[in-house]
Design a protein around this ligand. Sequence first.
Ligand SMILES: *Cc1c(COP(=O)(O)O)cnc(C)c1O
Length: 365
Amino acid sequence: MAEEHTIQVELASERKPKPNEDGLGFGRHFTDHMFIMDYTEGKGWHDPRIVPYQPLSLDPSCMIFHYGQSVFEGLKAYRTEDDRILLFRPTQNFQRLNRSNDRMCIPAVDEDLALEALKQLVAVDKEWVPSAEGTSLYIRPFIISTEPFLGVAPAHNYKFIIIMSPVGSYYAEGIKPVKILVENKFVRAVAGGTGEAKTGGNYASSLKAQEVADEKKYSQVLWLDGVEKKYIEEVGSMNVFFKINGEIVTPALNGSILDGITRKSTIEMLKHWGMKVTERRVSMEEIYEASQSGQLEESFGTGTAAVISPIGEFLWEDRKIVVNNGEIGSTAKKLYDTITGIQRGAEPDPFNWVVEVEEQSVPVK
Ligand SMILES: *Cc1c(COP(=O)(O)O)cnc(C)c1O
């Protein structure tokens, strides 16, 4: 590795007390260290370093505060029964980060350096990977535009940062299928827009619909396509699957759907089991008709946070669609058990999805 790409390490002089593993919740606690690297036009990405977790000091004119030129990723580290630490398909996250970067006019990062930085950061803070059932260390790589300038243009300066947060079990009270409100007014993304990129603005624009769903006691919204509002795109910030008459169907990637790594893993696993999986357009009308004729067997969302999230009901205007009597289906259950088993090193890993974080001697500065 070139000299300017050697990761410097500055260890925290004091370590924070670890939170109780029973009440971690999501994204509230942060580890002792973070990774940071700067981009300067003409110089490229430089000064990769692990430093104590700390606030940033930024000029109020920084472009990130005004026009939202940013991208992020989300993945997890898991502690195995025999105390090894595993990452799930991290290379996929950095490849997707660069696809998001391209869409948002942010310079690409070196994927090998990013993975090396991530492994070193997890190794430095390995004590923060919780061990209680269902818990994990959530990892949030992100990039912000830091040039102090109010013009609308791609910035000339950026920061790439990785922070980490121990998180609780998504299913502390067991896996219960959720109720979903089909969103008919707001849209998440349109073809040609930024739906395929993991960029902050997509989430800001989704909040209003979620507020309405919360009021009606539905846990998430089902997003339809932005043009005709007929075709299914995603559920909340997860990809969505249906089992219709024995066949698994999921919306094909169309430029506005986020290319989920859990979605990809689910498709690969289902095919490995010999099941029929089809990626194509799926209309809400088709799902309604399949439920009326008794052929809609299951539905579930996929994403890093929940892995598999079974859906028990959809409300589509005034039509209520109950799926599998509101209970988790056998395919969703088997996928959940298998994928989470691989992530925790408790199940065979036929596709070599997990990457172990080795103990490493981190230079002390
Ligand atoms: C991150 C994300 C997903 C899920 O992606 P995973 O890689 O499986 O975590 C799905 N939809 C949206 C909108 C997302 O932001």
